[in-house]
Structures are given as C-alpha cells and as structure tokens.
Design a protein around this ligand. Structure first.
Ligand SMILES: Nc1ncnc2c1ncn2[C@@H]1O[C@H](COP(=O)(O)OP(=O)(O)OP(=O)(O)O)[C@@H](O)[C@H]1O
Length: 377
C-alpha cells in the first residue's frame, strides 16, 4: 500500500505543484493519476521514490515512512518506467534489462538468465537480446523499459506515461499485455497518464487531479464515468461516458442460435441458412469468419472468402455489454456475434436485446440506490 498523507510540494520558485494530497493506492492494484498538463502527476509520482522530496506531509509505503528510509533501500523495492523507456543506448537489450540485478550484485549469468526470462514475459523476441536500443521500434523499446523495471521483482512499480510515445495500435497492444502481465504479477502500481481512456482502461482506481495539485476525485473507472463528482471531472471524463461506462457492465445475454455455413457450401445451403437474407460463415472449429448475403451467392456457386462481409465485431459471451452492443451495431445482419473463450460461436444477439439488458441493469441499480437512500435516511 502507498499512502499520501497531506502531501505538499512547493518548488523553490513558489509553484505549488501538489497541494495537500491524501490518497491510498492499495497493494496489488493499479492506481492511475490522470489530469491536465501541469496538475502535478509527475511530481506526485516522483515523491514516492524520493526523486523529488515533499515540502510537507508523509508518503507511507506499507508501514514505512518513505522519508525515513534511505533512498537506495527505498528504490530497490520500486521499479520505474518512463516515456521513451530511457534505455542506455550503448548497452545491449539484455544488459539494459539486467541493470538493477547487476547493481544489486547478482552474478552475471543469473542476471542474464533473468533478462531473457523477462524478455519472453513482455513479448520480446529473444533474438533481440544482443541488439542495441536504437535497433528496436518504439513499442519494443517500451517493452524493454517494462522488463527492466521488473528485473529485480520489486513489489511497487511507478510508471510515468510509459505508452505515450507510440502509435495508437501499438499503444493498445502494450496496454493489453501490461494488464495480462499485471494479472499474473499483482504489483502495486502507480501509473501516470494524461489520457482518460487509458486511465479508465488500466486503472483499478483512478485519481483525477486538478491544476494546482489537488485531488478532484478518486474512484473506480465505472464510478468516474457514471458519477463524476463535479463539472471539472465530468468535462475531463468527456463525452459518450454513458456508453463508455457499459464497458464495465457485463451480463448474461440469451444468445439466439444461428445457423451457419462453411466455405464450400452451395447456394442452396446458404439460402436455407440465411435468416433475413444473411448467413454466418464459420470455420471447422466454429469460429466466425464473416457474414454472407444469401442473395449474393449465385445459384450453384459455393461460398468462398470473396463473399464474406467482415464488418461485424465479435463479443465475448462473458464480456461487456458495450462489446455486445458494438457487435450488434457493426454487424451487417444486425445480429451481434457472441463467442466463447476459444473463439467459437455461441450465438447472436440484436441491439434491442442488449439495450433491454442494459435497461434492466439500470433499473436494478436505481432500485438499489433508492433502497439505500431510504434505509440510509
Ligand atoms: N523543478 C520545478 N520547478 C518549478 N516548477 C516546477 C518544477 N517541476 C515542475 N514544476 C511545475 O509544477 C507543476 C506540476 O508539474 P508536473 O510535471 O508534476 O505536472 P504533470 O501533471 O506531470 O504535467 P504533464 O502532464 O504536462 O507532464 C507545473 O506547474 C510545473 O510547471
């Protein structure tokens, strides 16, 4: 656990970067600091490992006052990742990752073995081990940065805009892999970003900071989207927040069974299968491939890849209602395709069915809220 207690940082020129911050970042969870430029995110982060000293207040790491521990002891237990990875340009990838273990006195062989293990963990080709940072893409360098921070297995990780310098597709991949890694490692993480979508995707809890260094709201992503505490947070959280909040709602949907066709099936089969003029093509493992418009299969012809409409997104049957609604809205047939954990077809749902489920969730939540208000009042 990391606990900020009335923490203030006033720089020598009089700038108050952080003004009385109180918050707890629970162990094993990701806490995201988000807010506009200059709101004190980086200053708050760097006070944790004492790269910046607070002017007043205390930062606790579990039951230790960080101000009373030596900086080197403190930093041994804290991994640190920054934008552009900050790798040593003249050291190979394997040596970059081994930096902290070598500083801690591990023997070279053990440190290298640990580096290689971590390269695999963060999804880096082991053939990159002998390369230099400049010979890697930006996204690959960020993975090295994460591996380096994890090398000595610190319980705490501080991450300052680690994925900001890469394109949106690579960024999405890095985020997904970071979440997968965290689900295995369970580190206590503070993650700084100025991007609210990234905050909401990655955070177990999100701290929205205001310029002047005060905390506007500390909440779960779903709560932030559905119940912003003031106009500043509502504005910062942005548009479409009701829709985005659906990303945190899951609910079992009654999937209708869908007749399917396969490559090689003839036009008569497609016509029979095609409810409303559309049939869903699947592979041997019943994984959806795309929709076929029955009328577009000339009589006597067979289904081939050229007839596929691939527009519809796929939603996991145990996933969010947002993904299910998106699957229905993006499907050329109007039927959203639901798949299981192996990617195989479970069935389909319409947008109306998903909306009905959303409404029943909303009613249940309002009823709960009303009951709480009655019993509370
Ligand atoms: N060394 C310094 N001396 C004086 N003022 C500083 C110093 N470092 C930061 N500041 C100021 O403190 C405030 C908070 O800065 P900080 O870098 O913590 O913000 P941030 O939220 O991380 O911003 P960004 O998103 O732009 O990186 C800003 O007004 C900044 O100009």
């Amino acid at each position: 656990m990391i606990k900020f207690e009335s923490v203030v940082k006033k720089y020598p020129d009089g700038t108050v970067a952080v003004n009385g911050l109180d918050l707890v970042a629970p162990s094993g969870k990701i806490t995201v600091f988000v807010g506009p430029s200059g709101c004190g995110k980086t200053t708050s982060l760097r006070m944790i490992n004492r790269m910046i000293e607070p002017t007043s207040g205390t930062i606790w790491l579990d039951d230790q006052d960080t101000g009373k521990v030596s900086e080197s002891t403190l930093r041994r237990g804290i991994g640190y990742v920054i934008q552009h990875a900050g790798l040593f340009p003249h050291r190979t990838i394997v040596d970059n990752i081994a930096t902290v273990p070598l500083l801690l006195g591990w023997d070279k062989k053990k440190a290298r073995a640990r580096s290689l293990e971590l390269m695999e963990r963060v999804g880096l080709d082991p053939n990159f081990a002998r390369r230099y940072p400049a010979q890697l893409s930006g996204g690959q360098q960020q993975r090295v940065g994460v591996a380096r921070a994890l090398a000595a297995d610190p319980p705490v990780m501080l991450m300052d805009e680690p994925f900001s310098a890469v394109d949106p597709v690579v960024r999405g991949e890095l985020q997904d892999e970071f979440l997968r890694l965290q689900s295995e490692l369970g580190k206590t993480i503070i993650f700084v970003t100025h991007d609210i979508d990234e905050a909401v995707k990655l955070g177990d809890q999100v701290a929205v900071l205001k310029v002047g260094g005060t905390l506007a709201q500390l909440a779960s992503p779903a709560e932030l989207l559905t119940d912003p505490v003031d106009d500043f947070v509502a504005g910062f959280v942005g548009r479409d927040r009701g829709y985005r909040a659906l990303g945190f709602e899951s609910g079992t949907l009654d999937a209708a069974s869908e007749q399917t066709v396969k490559f090689g099936d003839d036009s008569a089969t497609v016509l029979r299968a095609g409810r409303d003029g559309w049939a869903l093509a699947v592979d041997e493992a019943r994984r959806p491939l795309g929709w076929v418009r029955s009328a577009a299969v000339p009589s006597g012809k067979q289904v081939g890849p050229e007839l596929l409409h691939r527009g519809g997104t796929l939603a996991s049957v145990s996933g969010s209602l947002r993904a299910a609604l998106d699957a229905a809205l993006s499907s050329p047939s109007g039927r959203g395709v639901l798949i299981d954990e192996n990617g195989a077809l479970v069935g389909t749902v319409t947008a109306a069915e998903v909306v009905q489920r959303i409404e029943s969730h909303l009613h249940a939540r309002r009823d709960q809220h009303d009951e709480g208000a009655v019993s509370g009042g």
